[in-house]
Design a protein around this ligand. Sequence first.
Ligand code: MN
Length: 393
Amino acid sequence: MTTPGVAKLADHFQGADAHAGRQIAKIETMIVDCPTTRRHKLSNTEINFQSYVIVRAELADGSVGWGEASTLGGPRWAEESVEAMKANIDTYLAPALADANALDFELNAAKMAKAASRNNAARAAVDAALYDAAGHSLDLPVAVLMGGAVRDKIEVIWALASGDADQEIEEANRKFDAREHRRFKIKLGFNTPDQDMIRLRKIVSALEGKATEIIVDVNQGWTEAVAIRYLPQLAEMGVSLIEQPLRPGLIAATARVAARAAIPIMVDEAAFTGPDIIANGISAAGSVYSLKLVKSGGLNEIKRAAGIAQACGMELYGGCLIESGIGAAAHLAVFSTLPRLEWGCEHFGPKILKTDLTGGEIRFADFHVHCPTGPGLGVTVNEDVLASVARKG
Ligand code: MN
């Protein structure tokens, strides 16, 4: 097997300056609004299109890299919105990287963290664009820069979130029969718990006999009392994981729920930073952690988050915020290098957009997402599609 970039690396060992030509020449941003194939409901919002900030980084040698930051229906899932991210990248993050070199990954991340506190999604988008550009310049896949891939495909979960059980059953059957997905995440919390149970039971019984797996995401929609009351029903239905039942910060309450539950609890919105993960982990408020670039703030940081969660005894799950192929590729580049990823990943985003922003390099087959292998993030950006979904004015 020939690793791309070996010839270029050899040049460096012969005395060439690895940093030469890799100065950051330009960081540009745009907001895009991409229509989705169906509505997607969460406990506190509903979307029919997905908005992203797209970052384009160009190096002195002409190499170009792309990054993306996603939100779900504005500043609701977390505090960042695409409008705020674009403003903060243009005004603070990009200027902080003036005269920087793309290969100084840790230094650049530190400069961004100094220029803007939190703003994790915005920083991650710039970070991903710089990794992509550096990867193209070196002719190396980003996965190699992140330690090297230990897997080339990941079992991929599909979200059922229209809120209409009949539609969701039809969708799940279609995905299963096409061998695209056999694991489904069902969004709860936008109805009363009783209505949610009726909908869930309908879906579970319709899929009975098929080798499917159901997990649920409450997106903070329940109280401790509701969780305690309804968890036995979820267990009885065979649900294998419950994601973020309570609001972030309710660590003791979530730990009490976890202690009584026959289903593992996954920590998502409750833990962005290392200290958050530790607080949840050592309080036994969850036994699975959802990894997301929008929480960790960069590619190295998401690997560190994985290590912290594992040190707390948690299993790992590759989360998504319905990124396009650009953001999915950034996640897959890191996920492919994690020694353990017990729960597989989401990153069905490219399939839920009417038109993805990339050239189809991310392949979905045999219930897995197949990680792109080309240089950089391994995807090409379709600039015609990008122009067609760009927000005007
Ligand atoms: Mn979630």
